[in-house]
Design a protein around this ligand. Structure first.
Ligand SMILES: [Zn+2]
Length: 199
């Protein structure tokens, strides 16, 4: 082992130790702004029950109303705990935020939320859940493709809707981890602080 290699080994070891002892804090949130922030925290969303009917939920399709109930838990998680004021509107026409489903041949992709659009002065985003039948959404599930907890994924997607990108710090710190984990089950104080800093 050369001196340089030994030095690199020491540095690598120090980084690893630092990583293990690192305590997550609000500062772990990176203000990427990738998803865009609305001008106002008060936003209304349209929900497509007909699109939700294509999603397999508790083993069968055609469950749009039940699916919508689960997804709206995500809306409540953000709206009830932050300075955002989100609600459903049934006056759905023109350019506005839609919550819907889409087909992705990759069943491991659960959902997606678009970046902020601005058309004719109106701001909106789309939240869409994969209706690939290999993904069976559940009221009480986990992160597995065939047993996915719908409201947990909705929590995460509404975090993107609020403007939050993926965050580091782990499941106890944020519902915005890049990969599904137990942190998705509820909004965390760090998520709330981050969102309230924008609205
Ligand atoms: Zn995400």
């Amino acid at each position: 082992m050369t001196t340089k290699t030994q030095l690199m080994t020491v540095i690598t070891t120090l980084v690893l130790v630092a990583g293990i002892t690192y305590l997550p804090s609000v500062a772990a949130h990176t203000d990427t702004g990738n998803f865009g922030f609305f001008t106002s925290g008060t936003q209304q969303l349209c929900y497509s029950t007909s699109a939700f009917n294509y999603m397999k939920y508790e083993g069968s399709t055609g469950q749009g109303t039940a699916v919508k109930t689960q997804i709206r838990y995500g809306e409540s998680e953000v709206s009830d705990n932050t300075d955002m004021n989100l609600s459903e509107t049934t006056s759905c026409s023109g350019y506005q935020s839609w919550v819907s489903s889409y087909y992705d041949s990759d069943a491991d992709k659960a959902a997606k939320t678009s970046y902020l659009y601005t058309t004719l002065g109106n701001e909106y985003k789309y939240i869409e859940f994969n209706n690939n039948s290999a993904r069976d959404w559940k009221a009480n599930g986990n992160c597995n493709t065939a047993t996915t907890d719908l409201s947990n994924i909705a929590n995460h997607e509404f975090g993107h809707y609020a403007g939050s990108g993926h965050q580091s710090g782990g499941a106890s710190h944020t519902m915005m981890g890049a990969s599904c984990d137990s942190g998705y089950s509820s909004i965390k104080s760090a998520d709330i602080t981050y969102i309230n800093g924008k609205y």
